[in-house]
Design a protein around this ligand. Structure first.
Ligand code: PAF
Length: 281
């Protein structure tokens, strides 16, 4: 793996790759890589001839009271893991390389899809995500970009941005990778204490309970949400931020759930915010 912290050198390399007719697959990340990211790299290898991964903890997508300073970072380990999974180029810009004029000079505005779910509780978050992803698309000019489904609303917004701004990048969204006990992999999981790690399981259990209720015939979106909320409340330590049963295209709550409706949850365990979702089947 070749590491680039400058935009110009990365662009030069990628121009040569493009000229040689290679398809470029991009996996944007914030580092602190786990098996979920590594599977995105595997997927990217199948979709392109050369895999570019970016590692950039984007200050623009963190609120003032959020965990930007506490977000885990481990570049040496990340480079080793990326190398092991066939990443050719690792783009690791400093903040000044990405935002030489400071952040907030020009932003991509996420629009109404960002007004619900996580966006309701994290004002400006998705503007920050879309701005950095737009920059990464313009820097790398990938043929295809791969994202994880755990960040469901993010994936919907990125697809919407690509459509609305005509990026001409194909967006691939990969299934969530879980630990053997069901917890969705997340870079933030390393911030959970052993005790909190046990309580974090309330999140996947809530999704499983809702799926069981759906399988048993419950179709009311509100009732399914109450089932999930009940599991989180019963845990005692996990604090529910939201649970919604939504239409995966509009992100609107559904009155009547159907196969393909998505249950999305956000909860705090200690000061760690966890999100997860499940497509009802
Ligand atoms: O999902 C993430 O890790 C980030 O939101 C992303 C897409 C890399 C943008 O900073």
């Amino acid at each position: 793996v070749q590491t680039y912290d400058g935009i110009a050198a990365l662009r030069e390399r990628l121009s040569a790759e493009r000229a040689a007719g290679r398809r470029i697959a991009l996996v944007p990340t914030m580092g602190s890589l786990h098996e979920g990211h590594l599977r995105l790299f595997d997927r990217a290898r199948g979709l392109g001839d050369i895999v570019v991964a970016s590692i950039f903890v984007n200050p623009l997508q963190f609120g003032p009271a959020e965990d930007f300073d506490r977000y885990p970072r481990d570049l040496d380990r990340d480079a080793e893991l990326a190398r092991g999974r066939g990443v050719a180029c690792l783009f690791t810009p400093a903040t000044g390389e990405m935002y030489p004029s400071g952040p907030n000079r020009v932003l991509v505005r996420a629009g109404p899809l960002a007004e619900r779910l996580c966006g309701r509780y994290r004002p400006g978050h998705f503007d920050g995500v879309l701005t950095v992803v737009a920059k990464l698309f313009n820097i790398v000019r990938p043929d295809v970009a791969v994202f994880g489904r755990k960040d469901f609303q993010q994936a919907v917004l990125i697809r919407a941005m690509v459509e609305e701004l005509n990026f001409g990048v194909s967006v691939d969204v990969a299934p969530t990778t879980r630990e053997s006990d069901g917890l969705a992999m997340s870079s933030r999981n390393v911030r959970l204490s052993a005790d909190e790690r046990a309580h974090a399981l309330a999140v996947p259990r809530a999704l499983e309970a809702a799926q069981r209720a759906f399988t048993a015939g419950e179709r009311s979106g509100a009732a399914l949400a109450r089932v999930a909320a009940g599991v989180i409340e019963a845990d005692g330590a996990a604090q529910l931020q939201y649970v919604h049963v939504i239409d995966p295209r509009t992100l609107d709550d559904v009155e009547e759930a159907a196969a393909g409706s998505v249950m999305a949850i956000a909860a705090f365990v200690g000061d760690v915010r966890l999100i997860d979702n499940h497509v009802l089947t």
